[in-house]
Design a protein around this ligand. Structure first.
Ligand code: NCD
Length: 316
């Protein structure tokens, strides 16, 4: 069902809603296309005309720093007209439904919607209702998925590690509330990573963790042992109902990534974080700013990856 909505009858990408069920062929096409766009960002003239004359609407119902701005830069580098909808001041606060908002933006000749919403399935809902020529990109829906973050993480791993087939990867922290973790897991398993671990306290793991094809660890020394990649997650307090955890200090003591804990990983392991980071909660500054961190590279690669997604969609 997911695939039917995302792919055309002849197997091309129509919307990007989730990495769950998306074939490796499509993921690789996006990563390869992104590789060709990395150089564009390093040129004096940073734009290409692939989306000239197209209108991209960034519709964000939830806060965002990196995702919204890199989607905007990516669309501009493709020469699209970009509109950023400030939802706080939009008609939603006056009671307009999500689909009415989208219908009105469609009436303004939108060609693409990039949507972030607190409700899981919001981008799917929009994709089911837009006209056939309009493409929808999910920029994060609830705890469900964040496919472009998953893809830029895959791009970063491929860049620094050369591929996925011999890797041991640990995803650490608040997996329960993380749409990023879900997209990372689907990306890694689809691209052939043989060992994906999640390292978290029992209270921060989703109930369906056993169906995700990952190895579960509850201790950092065991979970990080000999891994090639450490992917940290933010402790998402805003998504927690009730106290599931002791305190930020307690969390840091057991699960925060310090230089000492990073020593359990391979000496050349890379450290990733989707941002925003909580220094001193899930990650220590010495690690975040240290030689193994590739956190800012993730941000830069995010532009090329989002250019790739938008150009592939518009090309289809
Ligand atoms: C993430 C998100 O919003 O899902 N941030 C991001 O897009 N880079 C992760 C988070 O909020 O912790």
């Amino acid at each position: 069902m997911k695939n039917n909505l995302q792919l055309t009858d002849d197997g091309r990408l129509r919307h990007l809603l989730t990495l769950d069920g998306l074939p490796a062929r499509i993921l690789t096409q996006i990563l390869d296309t992104a590789a060709s766009f990395v150089a564009v960002g390093e040129r004096d003239v940073k734009s290409v005309p692939l989306l000239r004359g197209k209108a991209v609407f960034n519709v964000f119902f939830e806060n965002s720093t990196r995702t919204r701005t890199t989607f905007e830069i990516a669309a501009k580098r493709l020469s699209a007209d970009v509109v950023n909808l400030n939802v706080g001041s939009s008609s939603q606060s006056k009671g307009e439904t999500l689909l009415d908002t989208v219908a009105n933006l469609s009436a303004m000749h939108a060609d693409m919607f990039v949507v972030r919403h607190a409700a899981a399935g919001a981008a799917h809902l929009i994709a089911r209702h837009v006209a056939p020529h309009i493409h929808v990109v999910n920029a994060g829906d609830g705890r469900s998925s964040h496919p472009t973050q998953g893809l830029l993480d895959m791009f970063t791993i491929r860049h620094f590690k050369g591929g996925f087939h011999n890797l041991r990867v640990a995803i650490v922290g608040d997996v329960l509330h993380s749409r990023v973790a879900r997209s990372q897991i689907h990306g890694l398993t689809t691209l052939g990573c043989p060992e994906v671990r999640v390292v978290a306290p029992k209270t921060l793991l989703p109930r369906d963790v056993d169906n995700l094809g990952v190895h579960v660890y509850h201790r950092m020394d065991q979970g990080l042992k000999d891994v090639d990649v450490v992917m940290m997650l933010r402790l998402q307090n805003e998504r927690m109902q009730g106290a599931r955890l002791p305190s930020a200090g307690e969390f840091y003591k057991h699960w925060g990534l310090t230089v000492d804990k990073l020593r359990f990983a391979k000496p050349d392991a890379i450290v990733m974080h989707p941002g925003p980071m909580n220094r001193g909660v899930e990650i220590d500054s010495e690690v975040a700013d240290g030689p193994q961190a590739v956190i800012l590279s993730q941000v830069t690669f995010g532009i090329a990856v989002r250019m790739a997604v938008m150009s592939i969609l518009a090309g289809n």
